[in-house]
Structures are given as structure tokens and as C-alpha cells.
Ligand binder design. Structure first.
Ligand SMILES: [Ca+2]
Ligand SMILES: [Ca+2]
Length: 81
């Protein structure tokens, strides 16, 4: 198992509410500064969001804009189902 996979598994064990409270902000995660978070950027920065990715990608373009990211954090913290 790769280090990256181990990190991903460890991250998934963190309670969702804690994730949302300590989530990196959008600009930090958007490494290539294109205004969207790709799956790769999310995997690197906040892999927990992958678990809700398809639910919060409202326009189904395969990446998250700032509003979709905010929604992901809300879903993870249990404010929105
Ligand atoms: Ca990006
Ligand atoms: Ca989207």
C-alpha cells in the first residue's frame, strides 16, 4: 500500500465535524489557481471531500467551485443531508 493510500485511509477515520472545522480554504486547495478544485487537488488536500464529491458537484463538471466546496464541508459536518 502506498503512503498516499495510507494517508487517505487515516484521513477518512477523522470525524467529519472535525474535518469541516479544520478544512483548508479554497484558495489553499486550488493549487493550479484555475478557480476549481479537481479530484487530484481534493485528494491531496482534503480527501474526505471525495466521499461527498458526486453529491456536491451540482453542475457535474467533475470539479468543485467555491460554492460546491462550501456545500461539501456542510455535508461533511452534518448540517445538510
Ligand atoms: Ca484547481
Ligand atoms: Ca462542479
Amino acid at each position: 500500500m502506498s503512503m498516499k493510500m495510507k494517508g487517505l485511509l487515516a484521513a477518512l477515520l477523522i470525524p467529519a465535524a472535525a474535518i469541516a472545522a479544520e478544512a483548508p480554504d479554497f484558495k489553499t486547495l486550488d493549487q493550479d489557481k484555475d478557480g476549481y478544485l479537481s479530484r487530484d487537488e481534493i485528494t491531496e488536500g482534503i480527501p474526505q471531500v471525495l466521499t461527498v464529491f458526486s453529491r456536491v458537484d451540482a453542475n457535474k463538471d467533475g470539479k468543485l467551485d467555491p460554492r460546491e466546496y462550501e456545500m461539501a464541508l456542510r455535508v461533511l459536518s452534518g448540517q445538510q443531508s
